[in-house]
Design a protein around this ligand. Structure first.
Ligand SMILES: O=C([S-])c1cc(C(=O)S)c[n+]([C@@H]2O[C@H](COP(=O)(O)O)[C@@H](O)[C@H]2O)c1
Ligand code: NI
Length: 496
């Protein structure tokens, strides 16, 4: 059965953090290196290593460009303008505990040695691309001329580089030995990036040229993400939110506000949730956001889940909050406690109802309050239009929840709405004994709630499970639901 990935982006997300976190979940390094070697690109080597960050043992993935493809991205001085971008001074400020044993056997911090795995690329490529280069703050026009590989190359002093478009990158991915599923994931990520870039620069998906993310190291990062997602057989991805910093960052366009336009556009177009923290700097990069957007299937974590595996990937930048991405393979646990409590077909049970009449709150506030209540574990939340004292049209908020969640949910109601009082009632209820089953149907495995009733058993195919099939196969909900229901009943008749 396929896996569910939870991306915990409390310190943001970038391409290299994502690859490292996925590798740490158990991807076979030799397989990954072999797949990346098949990309028609060169001028770089790959390092996969362990490093210590915030005292934690984490995975680090690095695409090291040769001199002609040198990259400034992890140079903090460059990013925040502490040196003149035009100078092209290649000063690297690696994390204190990072070293390159392959060069000298002695890193900047020899107290913490670690080993690297390398992929040495063949001779330098004929094209000249350059990941991080700076044009100062001036806009420049790339024109439409084609150069080697159909990409757009131009020169700034001693540095030549290529600006690839979506078609160029797609050609590179399709020309590799990646599996079809990995190719599709990589192209999906680049398409999300292309749409965001096109919007930012007033271009179309066909005409837009990537700057940084079209460079060798970004293509390798994205291909590596895709290979790992495929190898780990991940189908469902939960991304509750992306935590981002604030301020400004320096990139090829010059100085941009954080979140940078490409990230802001990806978040907007793909319904990701952005959480701006007090950290100064860029914590979410376009590549990281595009990965999250391209693979996300849900932003809600199951109420309870088991963790099968944890992977932590290191970022290159040094912020107050350590740049770490934690990825987990999780398995949702259905809450069957009530049904275990009693062997009869219906079960006595208690639930809480929180209630408040609100006459001075905007629709926007009420909408967000509902979202937060669900996130915090409310079983149900509803608003009912009411007329209350002084002829005021208002809304009655109703929250159904279990006892353990009462105080957290009341807190949210006070924080997010204008109410100054909440009624609370413990209610008895009767629920049918139920359990979750995975049923093999003609559409594949479907999650079905099976309820015992005096006159027999009833099956209810789970909404998310049915909806996923509908999206994948472009079928109507009604058709899939009824077909699954029929198949469940037929199975039951056979089992009786
Ligand atoms: O290359 C692209 S698509 C790009 C677009 C933008 C815009 O906001 S427009 C900004 N950047 C900056 O480049 C570096 C590297 O990005 P990666 O995704 O390759 O890590 C980063 O600082 C971006 O803000 C790139
Ligand atoms: Ni851009």
């Amino acid at each position: 059965m396929s896996n569910t990935l939870y991306l915990e982006c409390y310190s943001g997300i970038s391409g290299d953090m994502s690859v490292a976190a996925l590798i740490d979940l158990g991807v076979e390094k030799e397989m990954l290196v072999k797949a990346l070697k098949s990309l028609p690109l060169d001028g770089y080597e790959i390092q996969i290593s362990r490093k210590k960050k915030a005292g934690l043992d984490v995975c680090d993935f690095d695409v090291v460009l040769d001199a002609a493809h040198e990259n400034h991205d992890h140079d903090m001085a460059y990013l925040y303008g502490k040196e003149q971008p035009e100078m092209h001074v290649h000063v690297h400020q690696h994390d204190a505990d990072h070293e390159h044993m392959h060069h000298s056997g002695q890193g900047e911090n020899s107290a913490c040695p670690h080993s690297h795995e390398h992929l040495h690329s063949p001779e330098d490529e004929t094209g000249h691309d350059h990941h991080e280069h700076v044009h100062g703050t001036q806009d420049h026009n790339h024109g439409t001329q084609d150069h080697e590989h159909g990409t757009h190359a131009h020169t700034h002093g001693a540095h030549d580089h290529v600006h690839r478009g979506l078609a160029d990158v797609t050609k590179i991915i399709n020309g590799s030995g990646l599996t079809e599923r990995a190719k599709n994931i990589a192209i999906r990520i680049f398409t999300v990036l292309g749409e965001a870039e096109a919007k930012a620069h007033g271009e179309t998906l066909e005409s837009v040229h990537f700057h940084e993310v079209g460079a060798v190291d970004s293509i390798v990062d994205i291909a590596a993400i895709a290979v790992c997602m495929d190898a780990l057989d991940i189908e469902d991805v939960i991304v509750p939110e992306l935590c981002e910093g604030k301020g400004f960052v320096r990139c090829q366009h010059g100085v941009l506000p954080v979140p940078v336009p490409a990230v802001a556009n990806i978040v907007t177009a793909n319904g990701l949730r952005l959480h701006i923290t007090d950290m100064q700097g860029e914590m979410v990069t376009p590549t990281g956001a595009a990965f999250a957007a391209a693979v996300k299937t849900s932003d809600v974590l199951p109420e309870e889940f088991a963790i099968k595996k944890i992977g932590i990937g290191a970022g290159k930048r040094e912020y107050e909050r350590p740049s770490l991405l934690r990825a987990m393979l999780i398995e949702p646990i259905e809450n069957t406690k009530q049904s275990d409590a009693d062997s009869s077909s219906d079960v006595a049970d208690y639930i809480y109802k929180l209630e408040s009449n609100i006459d001075d709150c905007t629709g926007e506030m009420l909408g967000l309050a509902m979202e937060k209540l669900f996130e915090a574990g409310a079983r149900d939340v509803s608003y009912m239009p009411v007329f209350m004292k002084k002829n005021r049209p208002a809304y009655q908020l109703n929250v159904i929840c279990s006892e353990k969640d009462v105080s957290a949910l009341e807190q949210i109601i006070f924080e997010e709405t204008t109410t100054i009082g909440i009624r609370r009632v413990r209610m008895e209820r009767t629920i049918l004994k139920r359990e979750m089953a995975l049923v093999q149907t003609s559409f594949g495995e479907v999650r079905v709630k099976v309820c015992d009733f005096d006159s027999g058993t009833r099956c209810y195919p789970e909404y998310e499970s049915v909806a996923k099939i509908c999206r994948q196969r472009n079928l109507s909900y009604r058709d899939v639901y009824m077909a699954v229901h029929r198949e469940c009943e037929a199975l039951q008749r056979r089992n009786v």
